[in-house]
Design a binder for this molecule. Structure first.
Ligand SMILES: *Cc1c(COP(=O)(O)O)cnc(C)c1O
Length: 622
């Protein structure tokens, strides 16, 4: 009993799990390691057991332990934990999802979408949304992101959230059987975008009320918004106002592991009924979740979501406020260093943010406004976005707000690789930008280290220090290419190449000029199962229909969907792929990772192949 009292401050599921595990029950059930005992038989197992520690194994139990309720049927302590999370995060219903937001998104789709239904998705969304479209055999209607001349993937224009635009998109969609439809079944908005652009969610909800039955905000990078007034009104589960505003039924999916404090794979699915009369049967959510969940969930993951809720309830504001303070200070330090270097005609990284000198924790300071050149985007008066101070994008020299490129430039992939060699890992990079996330775990020690290493890069660049000193692995693998080459030489050669190929304009076009849809995504995908596929080099891709999703990694946003037809060789996507193929041949070791591209060495050259549908029996391309 004494022990119970000690644990009174713990949240319900974690408390129950800990108490049960500490009781050292004799388990005649799975998992077979039996609280880790089975692992001790050999040195590797023993090491593994000792590295992670006894408690983790003791807490890894079968879901047949009745005392711990049911995760899958949402009963007992797990249900209590989810109910608390719903209160803390502002939802009607919350589910803890153990295979990431990738799965939470699919659960939202399976609860609402039937084959043939129209779904409206921003083309700046995560691949899991595209997977859900394939799995549900839905018909996608795409919203195009705003072009951004810095190679970032912009948000969706507010002007696209109108009846006229949605109707026009539906009626011109070649795949729909219902071109007169006025509404879609589900719409998906990625909030915030990968580069930290936040929509005014309240305005999006109001605009979408008549356009979709369900609205999913993919908040994978944004689970903290409910805990700081900076984000008020700008996230899905913003508290309802007394005057009930119009809104479709809402989902928000959040990777609790990404910017909050849970273990990897831990995600939350939040749901709220809409303002209309049609309500979702909650059992639909339970069933959709069952379809995607393992019947053997890992309890420590579930407990980490429960603990995360408790932390955010108790200290959410303080954590986010501190992260904001640190991010603001870091941004200021980079900007000030830039002003000094600039005085001496020397280069430095710039921060992608409003030009105002002292940015405060006031959303008005962070607005993307019409005419602001720093955005690299064309913002209109009806748009309502702010930049999230916690997502810090640094631009490397060489590019301008109008997508033109200087003679001098430093590609970000070289900086990223240098940082990695120094033990500093950026979240992602584009050709001339790098993203750093300021999560609640950030500290001033870490930002000081980052600043120091960025400065070090500048001096190594000035010294033109040998490539082999920093990138020993690739220098050893490709000695002919990198022997005697310095860091500055490498940057300039790569920049010259990218400039010659007008890469900024290419990137911008690729995300905003979509290829035509030839067949529904699921139909193209089924080509794999029915053996109707072949791999062709890029030169033979024009006119053919892609079987796979193609996405550069990072950022992991699909540029080609199954069922879409490749355009001419100089169309944005093929040109982008060809530039990357050439880049990788000229600068081996600096290639972009792609999903959906097969890379093959042939006669000392690397060639990219894409997977397309076979020609039909009649001989014509599908
Ligand atoms: C990462 C990400 C996901 C998937 O989340 P996981 O938790 O990694 O499965 C979904 N949507 C967006 C926008 C993401 O960035």
């Amino acid at each position: 009993m004494e022990k119970d009292k000690q644990d009174a401050h713990l949240p319900p599921f974690y408390r129950a799990l800990k108490r049960y595990a500490k009781g050292k029950p004799a388990l005649w059930s799975t998992p077979g390691h039996a609280s880790g005992n089975g692992l001790k038989a050999c040195p590797a197992g023993k090491d593994f057991y000792e590295f992670f520690g006894h408690n983790l194994f003791q807490a890894d139990m079968s879901s047949s332990v009745e005392e711990l309720g049911s995760l899958l049927e949402h009963e007992g302590a797990p249900a209590e934990a989810e109910k608390r999370a719903a209160e803390v995060f502002g939802a009607d219903t919350t589910f803890f999802v153990l295979n990431g937001t990738s799965t939470a998104n699919k659960v939202a789709f399976f609860a609402t979408v039937k084959p043939g239904d129209l779904v409206l998705v921003g083309r700046n969304c995560h691949k899991s949304i595209m997977h859900a479209i394939i799995m549900n055999e839905a018909i996608p209607v795409y919203l195009t992101p705003k072009p951004c001349s810095y190679g970032l993937i912009g948000p969706i224009d507010f002007a696209q959230f109108t009846k006229e635009n949605i109707r026009a998109k539906i009626s011109s969609n070649p795949l729909t059987t219902n071109p007169k439809a006025a509404k879609v079944q589900l719409a998906v908005i990625t909030n915030c975008t990968y580069d930290g652009v936040i929509y005014h969610a309240g305005k999006v909800k109001a605009r979408m009320a008549d356009l979709t039955h369900f609205l999913l905000f993919d908040e994978a990078w944004y689970a903290y918004a409910a805990f700081h007034p900076f984000y008020e009104g700008r996230y899905a589960m913003t508290p309802r106002t007394k005057r009930r505003t119009q809104s479709p039924a809402l989902f928000a999916t959040q990777s609790t592991h990404k910017l909050l404090l849970a273990f990897s794979q831990c995600s939350m699915l939040h749901f709220r009924q809409g303002s209309g009369p049609q309500e979702l049967d909650p059992r639909g959510l339970v069933e959709a979740n069952l379809m995607h969940a393992s019947t053997s969930p890992f309890y420590p993951l579930f407990a980490s979501l429960d603990v995360n809720t408790q932390i955010m309830k108790d200290s959410g504001y303080d954590l986010i406020n501190k992260a904001l303070d640190i991010a603001l200070r870091f941004r200021g330090a980079v900007r000030r260093a830039g002003a000094r270097f600039d005085k001496h005609g020397d280069w430095w990284f710039s921060v992608w943010q409003p030009a105002k000198k002292r940015l405060e924790k006031d959303p008005a300071d962070w607005a993307l406004k019409p005419g602001d050149s720093w955005t690299g985007m064309d913002i209109s008066a009806e748009d309502d976005y702010i930049l999230d101070p916690l997502k810090v994008t640094l631009l490397t020299p060489g590019v301008h707000a109008d997508a033109s490129m200087d003679e001098f430039g430093i590609p970000a992939c070289v900086v990223k690789k240098y940082l990695a060699a120094r033990g500093v890992v950026a979240e992602k990079n584009g050709f001339y930008n790098l993203l750093f996330l300021f999560a609640p775990g950030v500290s001033t020690t870490r930002t000081a280290q980052l600043l120091r290493v960025l400065h070090d890069f500048k001096w190594e660049y000035a010294d033109n220090s040998p490539v082999s000193k920093w990138f020993a692995d690739i220098a050893a693998q490709y000695p002919h290419r990198y022997d005697g080459l310095g860091l500055a030489d490498l940057c300039q050669q790569m920049h010259d190449f990218l400039r010659e190929r007008d890469i900024m304009r290419r990137t911008m076009e690729m995300y905003t000029q979509l290829p035509p849809q030839a067949v529904a995504p699921h139909k193209a995908y089924y080509g794999l199962a029915s053996g109707r596929t072949e791999y062709v080099p890029l030169s033979q891709a024009p006119g053919r229909v892609s079987v796979l999703m193609i996405l550069p990694y990072p950022p992991g946003v699909p540029v080609m969907m199954p069922g879409e037809r490749f355009g001419a060789l100089d169309s944005p996507i093929l040109e982008f792929l060809r530039v990357n193929e050439e880049l990788e041949n000229r600068f081996p070791g600096f290639g972009t990772e792609f999903h959906g591209i097969k890379k093959v060495w042939e006669n000392g050259r690397l060639r990219y192949f894409v997977c397309v549908l076979n020609k039909t029996k009649k001989g014509g391309a599908v």
